[in-house]
Write a protein that binds this ligand. Structure first.
Ligand code: AFP
Length: 337
């Protein structure tokens, strides 16, 4: 018998003694992503493609579908009274959605449509999300403090990938589960339970066009992957939608690498709504995620839209990566002495 997302979350909550509000919040995400995916599927048919001509906080041109996805998520989440604060890639400021913040307990952060440059070429895109509980020891009326927590504090995180099928991947910190949308009944059905990343894969995922701008450590590491030093000759895959590139890495194994470069000295990806949910899922599935110095989930954010380097992958690739970084640090220290 097929298990729907709603059935699964009820069970998960009972196992974890979670609050019913969590189920209510996640059902808001589920509803919004069903609406978003319906528009994504019709993107070439209706007059929804094209730019609104506005730029978002990152200076990128917003696509109409980005705006639709953002509004749909906000509208379906702001009516959940337990959610006090919403933050989105598309909004420079966070949104306080309850009049009386003391009665709300959760903050939600999302990227409504990641990989939006892929929309008008019919390539996979996605939605990422993270949920935090309001910390105990903060001023309730200072909503930024609800959000600026390390990724370790996420109580739920996940993403939806709009690809050849629509797949919702989530974790409450008790394993990773994936649900595929059955369009004939409009329900997400459990298709991958307790996902474990393969310890080693055979793909690396990186925009190699920027190689000249990356630190030589990354190039040396790539060379090892390409030349069979990890007992396999790696092949490359890069779509330019983090959700698509990571989803493949989650299921097939391997490593996704987006380091700092000259244009983005901190890294290109956003910590709060891209790297954090991906890192949470990766760790829950037996993988690792780092910014090259420390685990993504241990980075203390100081800005809602801050960027980070992101290296995420399976146990074997990440162990080799960490060894490489440690070696580089040691030789730097030796040459300074
Ligand atoms: P957009 O959502 O603005 O298209 O950005 C997508 C993204 O942040 C991430 O999904 C990709 O991994 C990355 O950009 C691709 O960026 P490059 O074109 O710099 O490789």
């Amino acid at each position: 018998m097929a298990v729907t997302f709603q059935q699964h979350i009820v069970q998960e909550q009972a196992n974890l003694s979670g609050s019913p509000e969590l189920q209510w919040m996640l059902s808001g995400i589920v509803l919004a992503t069903k609406l978003i995916q319906a528009q994504v599927r019709r993107a070439g048919l209706v007059d929804i493609l094209g730019s609104l001509g506005e730029t978002n906080v990152q200076g990128e041109v917003q696509q109409k579908l980005d705006v639709y996805a953002n509004e749909t998520l906000i509208n379906s989440l702001k009516i959940r009274q337990s959610i006090g604060v919403i933050a989105s890639e598309e909004n420079e400021q966070l949104l306080v959605v309850q009049k009386d913040l003391a009665n709300a307990q959760y903050a939600i952060v999302f990227d409504p449509l990641d990989g939006s440059s892929n929309i008008d070429v019919a390539v996979t895109i996605g939605t990422t999300f993270s949920i935090f509980r309001r910390p105990e020891n903060v001023d309730v009326n200072d909503p930024m403090q609800w959000i600026l927590q390390t990724g370790r504090n996420q109580i739920a995180a996940g993403y939806v990938v709009y690809g050849s099928s629509t797949v919702l991947v989530y974790s409450l910190g008790n394993g990773v589960h994936a649900f595929t949308l059955d369009p004939s009944i409009g329900s997400y059905i459990l298709t991958h339970e307790n996902i474990q990343m393969p310890a080693q894969g055979s793909y690396y995922s990186m925009n190699e066009a920027y190689c000249a701008e990356f630190s030589p450590i990354y190039l040396n590491y790539l060379e090892r992957l390409k030349t069979g030093k990890l007992d396999k000759f790696y092949s490359s895959r890069f779509v330019g939608s983090l959700v698509a590139d990571f989803h493949r890495t989650l299921l097939r194994g391997g490593i996704f690498i987006y380091p700092e470069n000259k244009t983005y000295p901190e890294g290109r990806l956003r910590l709060m709504y891209e790297a954090n949910p991906i890192a949470f899922i990766a760790e829950q599935a037996g993988g690792k995620a780092s910014n090259g110095k420390l685990p993504i989930l241990d980075i203390k954010p100081n800005d809602l839209h801050q960027r980070t380097a992101l290296i995420v992958g399976g146990a074997v690739e990440m162990a080799e990566f960490e060894r490489f970084m440690a070696e580089a640090e040691t030789s730097k220290a030796v040459s300074l002495n």
